[in-house]
Design a protein around this ligand. Structure first.
Ligand SMILES: [Zn+2]
Length: 165
């Protein structure tokens, strides 16, 4: 993801701002994600110091999720702020969730992976319409009937047989 590469070696000391647009295409780059559609803006404030970089991400937008109750799509607002401290060292190392060490030979940082992780952390535990009244009542009915029926495919096959007298 070339758009998400920060060429930090070439940056002067001090503060730098970046902005990223996240859309459906972004999520296609990752193997698995709860939502296939979304529109988010990510602002990144990067402060470069001589020995480290301090990154502040602000995420704001919405994702289309599928309601577990009625299987309808709904829009979910996503907002959050995250911090990442980048230090330089011998080899790549994740010291903690917030601190990462990059090899001194490296010159660019791909922030797409971090943004993806942050968005994942902002997903709700339960994916459903906020109010049950927002759910599709017809679909709920159908799902209820369906789960009540003991579904046996052999039974369906029998139903299609017409008995000749
Ligand atoms: Zn619903």
């Amino acid at each position: 993801m070339e758009d998400f590469m920060i060429p930090y070696k070439g940056l002067g000391l001090g503060s730098h701002s970046f902005e990223f647009e996240i859309d459906d295409k972004f999520f296609e780059g990752f193997e698995y994600f709860e939502s296939e559609q979304g529109q988010l803006k990510v602002k990144l404030e990067l402060v470069k110091e001589s020995s480290l970089m301090d990154l502040h991400f602000t995420i704001d937008g919405r994702l289309e999720l599928v309601c577990d109750r009625c299987l309808g799509e709904y829009s979910y607002p996503v907002n959050g702020a995250f911090r990442l401290v980048v230090k330089y060292g011998e080899a790549f190392l994740e010291e903690s969730e917030e601190v990462v060490v990059l090899p001194i030979t490296q010159s660019r940082l791909d922030v797409s992976r971090y943004i993806f992780e942050y968005i994942n952390m902002l997903l709700p535990m339960k994916k459903e319409h906020a109010e049950e009244a927002d759910c599709d009542p017809e679909m709920i009915d159908k799902l209820n009937t369906y789960s009540k029926q003991e579904h046996d495919p052999r039974w369906d096959a029998l139903k299609n047989i017409e008995f000749k007298k």
